[in-house]
Design a protein around this ligand. Structure first.
Ligand code: DON
Length: 310
């Protein structure tokens, strides 16, 4: 198919070009374990809805998916508690940094959206429900392995510990929300699950595979069943478009025109509804905490392939 040939060419060109680049941004340093990652890496993988997998560069090198995991916990939480989730978390872009505290105080402890840290912590509390942290983590891991059709996906305990020992801002956010009754469970249980799902380690290939259901109207393409309804898939994609890159979400929509979710590990997952899922990774970040080369690669790929939701 002509499109497959064009896609293979585009991915190969982007991977070759990104390997040469020196302006890579800075790796995240507030989680000490992430500061140790070699910035000279770039991976890309695209999975089309007809099952073609096109990978380039370091597509098989595992990295810390960090905030990209928030898409999967949001999906799980909606499955568990349905639209009542929206009582404790909003759906508006925040216009603030991902770890900002300031808005919470003005808005009664209700986070703006499920992707800023406060919102993702509230979502994690919903996933935890009345279960033990260990069971909940097992459930999250099983879900992601199922989505990606890959049993090898794991959580990096060293990254989880590194963040646990340094996650003072997240502890502040969680305690503030607990004081407002926005989260129900013990703060250390909620943060324990949150830090561990952020410490999921995946390759671009695994991440693009795990995202397939969002490009497929909610259906798991190989298992054949619906992970979520098509309406819910559309809504998750809408929140990724408006909030997935924090205060860089407008810029990503402007440049790329696709729903996407970034993480401070340098990963970005994006969806071309009805067509493909994409994962890119490069550890160096721009000033709002999104992968610098990753964003540029997404822009180039979307332009070359004519992929945009607009
Ligand atoms: O809570 C944190 O700060 C990290 N575990 C995740 C933040 C993140 O990935 C923000 N994304 N750009």
């Amino acid at each position: 198919m002509e499109d497959h040939a064009r896609l293979e060419e585009a991915v190969a060109e982007i991977a070759a070009d990104m390997a040469q680049r020196t302006d890579r941004g800075a790796v995240a340093s507030y989680i000490p374990e992430l500061a140790r990652v070699d910035p000279n890496q770039f991976g890309i993988c695209v999975v089309t809805n007809d099952g073609k997998v096109v990978a380039g560069g370091d597509a098989d090198v595992p990295f810390s998916i960090q905030s990209v995991s928030k898409v999967f916990t949001l999906t799980l939480a909606l499955g568990l508690v349905g639209d009542t989730l929206w009582k404790r978390v909003g759906r508006e872009p925040s216009g603030n940094a991902f770890n900002s505290i300031v808005q919470l105080e003005h808005e009664n402890g209700v986070p703006r959206n499920p992707f800023i840290n406060a919102g993702a912590i509230a979502v994690t509390d919903a996933v935890l429900g009345h279960h033990q942290p260990r069971e909940t983590l097992g459930e999250i891991l099983r879900f992601i392995r199922h989505l990606a059709d890959d049993e090898a996906i794991t959580i990096d305990q060293t990254v989880a510990r590194s963040e646990t020992e340094n996650g003072f801002r997240n502890a502040a956010l969680a305690n503030f929300m607990r004081a407002h009754g926005v989260i129900d469970n013990a703060v250390d249980h909620v943060l324990g699950v949150y830090f561990h799902h952020c410490a999921l380690t995946m390759t671009c290939r695994q991440l693009a595979m795990a995202a397939r259901f969002l490009a497929n109207g909610g259906r798991h393409p190989t298992a054949g069943h619906s992970v979520v309804s098509s309406e819910r898939a559309r809504r998750i994609n809408a929140i990724m478009l408006t909030c997935g890159h924090y205060d860089g979400s407008g810029e990503f929509a402007f440049r790329v025109g696709l729903p996407g979710k970034s993480g401070v590990g340098g990963g970005i997952m994006a969806i071309v509804p009805g067509k493909a899922s994409i994962a890119v990774w490069s550890p160096g970040l721009d000033k709002v905490g999104n992968s610098r080369l990753g964003s540029q690669a997404m822009e180039r790929l979307a332009k070359t392939m004519g992929w945009s939701i607009f």
